[in-house]
Write a protein that binds this ligand. Sequence first.
Ligand code: SAH
Length: 233
Amino acid sequence: MQNADAQELAKFSDLAHRWWDPESEFRPLHQINPLRLEWIDELAGLRGKTVLDVGCGGGILAEAMARRATHVTGIDLAAKPLGVARLHALEAGVGNLKYREIATEALAAELPGHFDVVTCMEMLEHVPDPSAVVRACSQLAKPGGWVFFSTLNRNPKAFLFAIVGAEYVLNLLPRGTHEYAKFIRPSELARWARDSGLALQGSRGMQYNPLTRRYWLSQDTSVNYLIACRKPG
Ligand code: SAH
């Protein structure tokens, strides 16, 4: 049994053809991409690195990282987004990038300790057992390597902003994109990371102003947030 929810994967496959349209359902991912890319690069230094992007979808982050790193592998279990990602990389002429349809846990068994940097963004809240994905990401990292996660916090404000606000008021995301019960508190994510042998290095919140339609990183992790971890060398 794979640690995946077929309905979730179908949801992303159905929208895949619009993945690179910056005004589509994926607008938020396009907008946050430069912010997360800079934070990752600042901490982990992508230049010269071998990188894995887990739950890469259509490749917005994977392709951007490939422009700075030596090699990037993107994995996902939804076939259509991977097809879109491959085509986009081809059109963009980004050659140091490959995409595979494989479960995180399966890749961890195949390539343990292989990657300098592992990223897993906006994916854990769509998975039945996110702690198993965290463990696999840790296994995939080299000693001394970096592992980054981003997800949604679970509290009344996150419900109001990420579901009511984003899906019902501002229509930033299709209704039903997120399920509140699957949101993850930073303390829970930090515990899974620690239990997987990772050391927490830092965190950032992601803020959004609906009037200016701009995002920025801050210290406020109450809704969207990212964490950076490191595997001891
Ligand atoms: N990480 C990308 C895409 C986020 S959308 C970004 O931030 O730009 C969430 C992605 O997670 C989708 O592409 C979906 O297919 C993928 N996903 C959901 N469950 C998964 C699983 N169990 N294994 C691998 N990928 C999964």
